[in-house]
Design a protein around this ligand. Structure first.
Ligand SMILES: Nc1ncnc2c1ncn2[C@@H]1O[C@H](COP(=O)(O)OP(=O)(O)O)[C@@H](O)[C@H]1O
Ligand SMILES: [Mg+2]
Length: 307
């Protein structure tokens, strides 16, 4: 199988700083590939090189066999991307934005646009101005835009930042659908281990500009057996556990007067608001961080784990 995205010994220097060092990764058609690393690891820098926003210092990037530095037009024709916030004109309607964008590509029919709008459930708001959209709606419009020309590679840089749990759930389902049903290579970055566990088929872990390891999902999940566990004291554990399971949270357990769920520190506010929003009374929260992302790095880089 030939890779949709292939970086070879990729390096990026900004000024005198080496931001990315010897990064070689391959992502394939039909998989969600997670690019996991803490803030400042170099995820955005790498993605900006892939889509041609940053020059490559050395090494190479190929998309569907076309070199990004040698044959940019052919390479980028296969890419749909959302980097940081989706780029949209607020004073135009959703539909006007889509038509404007579609004009940059050959052969995107009006039917293709309306079908996508329908698929994402945006029909009712598509003729109102984008500046009135919620972040979740902007994200959906951004996805329609990124998918309009049927790209083989879909790239999203920390797409769940700022989304509510429902938005995150929808996004996750769509990305899995795009990879597994449409055969797209989905490349998505995140600093949240548990988010990657719920979404990805394989995960490449990056730290300080270097690839540490690429892992399959079963390997990743195996690591999290005694995972970063959040304990939440609630009035109705059965109902609370059901709400979280249905919301797509992993490793939900039930105890006397409490539930447990596997999540990262940054996700705790989402979980709590999901519960309180459903009328669950929350009395207290605590977290066992023994398998957080940091300790995963320690394990992978050979550092000793403090317990
Ligand atoms: N334009 C720039 N000039 C100097 N340093 C930068 C620039 N862009 C990013 N960096 C540095 O490169 C490192 C990686 O940043 P970034 O790729 O944004 O990380 P991530 O997306 O993983 O959080 C950080 O230390 C950041 O400060
Ligand atoms: Mg970033």
């Amino acid at each position: 199988m030939s890779a949709v995205l292939k970086t070879s010994s990729l390096c990026k220097k900004i000024g005198r700083r080496q931001i990315i060092q010897d990064l070689s990764i391959e992502a394939n058609a039909g998989e969600v590939f997670g690019f996991l690393g803490p803030n400042g690891a170099g995820k955005t820098t790498t993605i900006k090189m892939i889509v041609g926003l940053y020059k490559i210092t050395s090494g190479s990037i190929e998309i569907c066999g076309h070199s990004v530095s040698g044959d940019f037009e052919k390479a980028i024709a296969n890419v749909g991307a959302i980097i940081e916030e989706p780029r949209m004109y607020g004073y135009m309607t959703g539909m006007e934005n889509l038509k404007y964008y579609a004009g940059m590509y050959k052969g995107i029919s009006q039917k293709r646009i309306s079908d996508m709008v329908e698929q994402f459930g945006m029909q009712e708001r598509i003729d109102t101005k984008v500046k009135t959209y919620s972040l979740g709606m902007r994200q959906r419009l951004g996805l329609i835009q990124a998918m309009l020309h049927e790209p083989k590679l879909l790239i999203l840089d920390e797409p769940t930042n700022g989304l509510d749990p429902k938005g995150i759930h929808e996004l996750r389902e769509f990305l899995k659908y795009a990879a597994h049903q449409l055969g797209v290579c989905v490349f998505v970055s995140s600093h949240l281990l548990s988010e990657m566990q719920m979404l990805c088929d394989r995960v490449g872990i990056i730290d300080q500009g270097r690839l540490i390891k690429v892992m399959g999902i079963s390997e990743i999940n195996g690591l999290a057996v005694n995972g970063s566990e959040v304990i939440i004291n609630v009035d109705r554990p059965d109902t609370a556990a059901q709400i979280l399971s249905e919301g797509g949270w992993q490793g939900v357990g039930i105890g006397a007067g409490f539930i447990s769920v596997s999540a990262d520190r940054e996700q705790v506010p989402q979980i709590i608001s999901m519960l309180t929003g459903s009328g669950i009374l929350v009395y207290g929260v605590s977290q066992d961080n023994s398998n957080s992302l940091e300790s995963l790095y320690m394990q992978l880089t050979g550092g000793s784990k403090i317990e």
